[in-house]
Design a protein around this ligand. Sequence first.
Ligand SMILES: Nc1ncnc2c1ncn2[C@@H]1O[C@H](COP(=O)(O)OP(=O)(O)OP(=O)(O)O)[C@@H](O)[C@H]1O
Length: 810
Amino acid sequence: MATRQDATPQAVSTPGREKSGDGADEDVRHAAVRAEQEYVTRVYDRLDEERAEAEAALRAGPGEGGGSAFSAQVERTVVAGERARRLSRLNAVERGLCFGRVDHRPDGDGEPGDTFYIGRIGLRDENREPLLIDWRAPAARPFYTATPGSPGTLARRRHLHLRGRTVVGIDDEVFDLDGLSEDDRSTLVGEAALLATLRRGRTGRMSDVVATIQEEQDQVIRAGLPGILVVQGGPGTGKTVAALHRAAYLLYTHRDVLERRGVLVVGPNATFLRYIEQVLPGLGETDVALATVGELFPGVRATAAETPEVAVLKGGLRMAGLVEAAVRDRQRVPDGDLEVESDGLTLRVDHETCLRVRDRARALRAPHNVQRRLFLHEMLEALALNRAEQYDRMTDEPLEQMARDGGLPEWLQELIAESADEPLLDEADLRLAKEALWHDPAVRAALDGLWPELTPGRLLEELFADRAAVGRAGAAAGLEEAECDLLVRPPGGPWTISDVPLLDEAAELLGEDDRAGRARARAAAAERAEEELYAREVIQVTGLTEVEGLDAGLLAGRHHDDGPPRTTAERAAADRTWVYGHVIVDEAQELSEMAWRTVMRRIPTRSLTVVGDIAQTGSPAGARSWEQMLDRYVTDGWREQRLLVNYRTPAAIMRVAEDVLAAVAPDQSAPRAVRDDGPPPVAVRVPGEETATRLRALVEAELGEIAAGTEGRLAVITSAARHAVARAALPDAPAGATPEALDSPVVVLTCEEAKGLEFDAVVVVDPAGIVAQSPRGGQDLYVAITRATRRLTVVHDGDLPPMLARLASR
Ligand SMILES: Nc1ncnc2c1ncn2[C@@H]1O[C@H](COP(=O)(O)OP(=O)(O)OP(=O)(O)O)[C@@H](O)[C@H]1O
């Protein structure tokens, strides 16, 4: 495990050279920057050439090639897609293209050591010599892993700071002074690259940290693909950032598998996904599907939450039993015989036969909608036979009477006796009879009533609207009566996040209904034609537009609202049964047991990265331990990697957070803060009736502090009780998980909505209310406090909760 020293690079400078302001030192710095500028200019020139080549290739279109018309079409589509993706990657890496350099020690034979430049993508010069090493390549690894204690073969690591294409600073860490050439030794400069990065103002979007990845994070990023890797770490330890870099790294190293199967990142809410979505293109990757749990069921976008009681109930594993029982409850037999009026006859199937047919259908190891086909066939057969018997009787009875009365000639009597042993209907007659019955609305309604074709939506909607049905299924699943009451609701309401795993469960048990199957077949047929069209569009768009102006989203096909899906990620997101190559779950502590079932269905290979912090669990249905959630899915366990250093929150604020954590989860420990800057956090007592005016003034003042010369962001994080007051006080600030929330200088959020985000200044309103509303007594307050990167103010009415005693009052 990395120590703090391991995780924080130590700037080592040549004695006498580290002080700025020294004229000789400035000369050295300028000379070094000039030399690096020359190299960086070469790298950008190469990038421009590659872009021009990629653009020209896309414009020219693929060659004719041999093969059938269809295979040529497929080939053209694939080639155009590849080229479009390449161009989109080249466009996405413009900012900070080259950010590092490593100098290896000379080898034993006195040969000078290798020097490599590290960047967002790999580039080669015209002689195919490496100009820039992709950050994910093995040759780049020492850039991230070398520490003063174990430098490996590195003599020096250099960070390059770029503004646009200009080198504006360099920062050296020397591991072996003797390993550097005389020239290199004379141009050493030092500056803390990491801390400089961490002090940047927040922009409302997460940025990548590819230039300053720390050793313990690097272990997460480059861990092997198979199995479950749990990344447990306190707030601000870079879990999200490491997980996203891991997605990019895995796509680079296992491209063959992952490009075909895709990578899914599951996040806590839509705002969070917007917050992180820019990171991957910056890392040269665009092939990742992002979704919340509420979006894992295609066609549903659930955002509404349940009350805590219902969320706990619907999140528990007993719901799997409930859904199963609800499905069985829709496989019925009449209390007595089945009787259906058809064509003037009362057709009848006796109760025993109904039971037998139902049991035979149930015994089929198939989902409900498939079992239904067997049920229908056998019931139609029973009805057809009954109808034939009735017709038979109608003709036979008068004849028999006539025979008894002696009114039939002998030859006719013999014929009747001979036909008595023959089946009433031969195979062809039976088929026709079943078909005819199936077209009779009365028969169809009767059979549909016994074993309906169900969609997951219909099953659950009808279940929750029917207290008696909930009671029957609930009893089978071990629910109390009061719990059944909680589940009942009128039909027609929106799906909630907790419903999504139940819909998924139902879909598994129901199987595809015919309509969905037909729609899918149509979509598949349309898809081929559409892909061809897409390729043509891309070429056309490129022909018409400057390459810089191309929408990377379009080229990558990530987001568009019309037409069938285009990329692997999009196809995967539209297909409930899609099996991903790897799944990353962020803020994973929030997932319920039922949500885990849904996620695990998407990844039967169990190649997962699970990222979270048990100490931050806010959802009442969320995890109390990783064992609770994961053990049942693996036989040979899972690996855990802990991140222990907080890169976000300054030490003074973290001390307050530690007190909160000690009070609410004494068994958990907070991460160590790497930053020790910023003013001390404060508490401001504001009587309830003055909250609106004072909050407005306070926010103004805070904005003045953080926005000076930067693009600072501020969040007001409130208890549910004070949310409306805060919104009224700040009418111009967006509230909640809206798209504008990330772009606005001020936003009003609940603790739940603030999950995973960060802001330069945080104003926490009503800490006592937040503690009271946390299902486990204060985790929400811990989350709220640790969103701050620079300033924290806590606004309270009555007494401060004792866990905040450390705050200075203002
Ligand atoms: N190696 C690094 N270099 C620069 N910045 C970093 C590094 N690691 C993390 N950070 C920054 O620290 C902040 C916190 O990172 P991140 O959001 O990934 O943490 P987290 O562990 O997911 O936090 P939480 O659990 O609170 O959501 C981000 O601004 C991130 O860019």
